[in-house]
Design a protein around this ligand. Sequence first.
Ligand code: ATP
Length: 141
Amino acid sequence: MSKINFQITTPERTVYQAPVDSVTLTTEMGEITILPGHIPLVANLVPGEMQIKVAGVTTPYVVTGGFVEVRPKSEVVVLADAAEHVEEIDVKRAEEALKRAKDLMDNVKRDDVKFAEAAALLERSLTRIRVARKKRTQRHL
Ligand code: ATP
């Protein structure tokens, strides 16, 4: 079966680099699933879940933003702001970040640049918590 030559990198590390069967990503246009032979495209990523499927096993990650490039010959590259395997997500840290974001949003004016930064932190934190919780629920089914 043909595969996608997949790589996801952040400024800090290569998070994953190996052939996969499919990749699902959250773009600003909605969720897309890339299969082998997908037409070339570039899309912006928003905070959301990424799913990598290999040999029937789907592994969730959280990606906080960045972009995806689908190149010819089933080569897919994600340059992410940050990305974590679901098991790497520190829920306590995300909850603390969420609280920090909410406090900031309560205390700065809406047109202050700090408000936009806090709103982005809030979205990243909520996404991390959602992806981590979803995985935990699945494990208990
Ligand atoms: P914080 O304020 O807690 O650092 P943040 O959303 O500002 O949260 P990012 O800028 O998105 O953090 O990420 C900075 C680095 O920390 C990245 O390497 C990211 O993978 C890691 N990281 C951030 N939050 C978490 C978390 N809750 N669990 C695991 N890794 C995290």
